[in-house]
Ligand binder design. Sequence first.
Ligand SMILES: *Cc1c(COP(=O)(O)O)cnc(C)c1O
Length: 394
Amino acid sequence: MKTTKNHGISTRCVHTGEVDDQFGAPHTPLYNTSTFVFPNTKAIVDVVQGKKPGSLYTRYGMHPNIKTLEAKLATLEGAEAALSFGSGMAAEAATLLALGRKGVICIGDVYGGTMELLDSQLRSLGIPVHFLLGSELGQLEDILKEGVGMVYFETPTNPVLEIFDIEEISTLAHKYDALVCIDNTFATPINQNPLALGADLVIHSATKYLGGHSDITAGAVMGSQEHMNAIMPWRKNLGQVPAPEVASLLCRSIRSLVIRVERQNKTGQAVAEALEGHPGIKRVLYPGLASLPGHDIARRQMKGFAGMFTLELNAGYEDTTKVADRLEIIRIGPSLGGAESLCTQPVTTTHSGLSEEERKRRGISPSMIRFSMGFEDPEDLIADIRQALEVLTE
Ligand SMILES: *Cc1c(COP(=O)(O)O)cnc(C)c1O
């Protein structure tokens, strides 16, 4: 079935990009092949020269499962085109190498791998990289004036759920011909579409909500066809495509994305609300709570608030660790967006690479536990966190 932009997001998640096969499969079956064969030379030359569409070689992304996936990824973010990758970091690396060589301004907290890629690898290539905290946004225009070509950020951020105004930052960046690239992993495309708010590029770690079952590693970038054409040769020659098996699994996941994220939105809101005001908790950081400093912007640019929140406890590092260790349903793990609820203390994992001073500057405290809500019953998750908090009063 051919979908159009007028179809709803759920319909498009199910049907977009699926190819009819000769046996009547209802969706693109898994083609576990690295190459494709042709009846004669003219047929292969037509595909090589781009005169006819067709599958050719898997690493080029010219593969039915990868094409099906990329049609779904593009429609999720309302983009002209998308490219899929073997990981979120692969998508970031190819995008930054293709389009970030005039320099990158990174705003707020970003994923640890992103920080390292920008700070170490990109700088080692002589690419100018600037880091600005949210509180330093006033300096953005001055740096843009130097001709830095890309603004890169996440919103909400990890782990303090800081919210940045995508529309406002994009307008300013475009005044200086800079591209705006947003890592939309935490928000999900169901809750937030940066391209519609003025951004040029969107990146996802599909390992998280898009995959949704903690069983695959994959990534994506969405944007204009022109930008995808610039990134394509980097992906091809750095060898970053996802395996067909992963592309096929990710398509399966995307068919249920709306249902999963709607549930995670509800659970995130219910658990965050239930815990606000608990004597063991200093702050609950969640975009759906009016108490979060960026809540008004979040309400304007997000349709839902996903399943990620951070608790800052009235406790030191040791006691915070005891709370994490006492959880029964919620397991300790550094990922997010899957069926099983997870938690992690940012100082032990995601932000362990930062100095204590730098963490302080960024408001990341040893009393924080970051949570990802899965598909379990919200009442069970609330009860689990409440019983774990009892260690603070024992
Ligand atoms: C996990 C994550 C990444 C990196 O993705 P991988 O699939 O692990 O390479 C990038 N950004 C955010 C926000 C993430 O959570």
